[in-house]
Design a binder for this molecule. Structure first.
Ligand SMILES: [Zn+2]
Length: 302
């Protein structure tokens, strides 16, 4: 056929070990064994706007500016690393966000105790120190954002959980009731987002997983990246929980195997159809009825 197809077949014997077909055509990092439908769609789109640019270690590399593929590459790293991590550590896969507000209210007493003496929180000093001298506006600038990065976030609850927690805490502890003089320069906003929210996240993780507070604090930090991808803020929050579940039940395929996405994401037994023969440079995509994405295709062929 054409040069590219020939290249694929010639490479097959030696690529059984190097597996170039499993490397991302853009960043050259390994792709996850199974791509989600969202990732698959994006891969197809990116292939249509890129051209082959073979590299010694990745013959299927394609030329595309990083602005175009950064999100895709961040996402495939999430699917390759963070989802398996979530499974290993048994972090909750589908959080019931509708029940979150009620759960938060159940912690009213504990949260009030923290608000009554913010200095007792492990997060108080970090927040306080992040305010540079003279800055009392309470609007987190770039430096403050950097300093408090590790204290922010809601672990595997992600940005969506963070937003819901902040919303609930704002109504439970309105600004008018905040004793700014006692905690100056920590603003009400900082107290809510940088002290109460991480404390609340730890309480929720303790409840979710039956672990100690110390363990929950570690889980909050370790699951932060997972949470960012698993629970982003979306326009339609009702879509999110089942979507996460789909991603997390996707099967792993043996290393070096054909990347086969012919299994519908909702299949209860996806392992049954996993193909194991190595076919370099191809990705089978579920939503395209077994269509093979050939990473060697040129622009005209796509
Ligand atoms: Zn990549």
């Amino acid at each position: 056929m054409d040069r590219d197809a020939e290249e694929t077949s010639v490479d097959r014997s030696e690529t059984a070990s190097s597996k170039p077909g499993t490397l991302c055509p853009f960043c050259d990092e390994p792709l996850p064994p199974i791509l989600s439908s969202a990732l698959t769609s994006e891969l197809l789109r990116l292939m249509s706007i890129s051209v082959p640019d073979p590299l010694p270690d990745n013959p299927l590399h394609r030329c595309l500016s990083i602005q175009h593929h950064a999100t895709f590459c961040s996402r495939h790293e999430y699917e390759r690393k963070e989802i398996p991590k979530a499974k290993t550590h048994q972090w909750p896969l589908g959080i019931n966000f509708y029940a979150l507000h009620r759960r938060i209210e159940n912690f009213q007493d504990e949260l009030e105790a923290i608000m009554d003496d913010l200095t007792g929180s492990q997060f108080y000093k970090i927040s306080r120190d992040s305010f540079s001298p003279g800055s009392s506006g309470g609007k987190p600038g770039p430096m403050r954002g950097f300093d408090t990065l590790d204290t922010q976030g809601a672990g595997y609850y992600g940005e969506k959980g963070f937003a819901l927690m902040v919303e609930a805490l704002e109504s439970m502890f309105p600004e008018a009731s905040y004793n700014f003089d006692a905690y100056k320069p920590v603003t009400w906003r900082a107290a809510i987002e940088e002290i109460l929210t991480p404390e609340l996240t730890i309480m929720l993780i303790v409840e979710d997983m039956g672990v100690s507070e110390e363990e929950a604090a570690q889980i909050r930090t370790a699951s932060r990246l997972f949470g960012i991808h698993a629970n982003p803020i979306e326009d339609n929050p009702t879509d999110q929980p089942p979507k996460i579940k789909e991603e997390l039940v996707e099967p792993a395929v043996a290393e070096g195997a054909l990347i086969d996405l012919t299994t519908p994401p909702t299949s209860p037994r996806p392992e049954a159809v996993v193909k194991t023969e190595p076919v370099e440079g191809t990705l089978k995509i579920s939503e395209y009825s077994g269509e093979v994405i050939d990473l060697t295709l040129t622009d005209d062929e796509l």
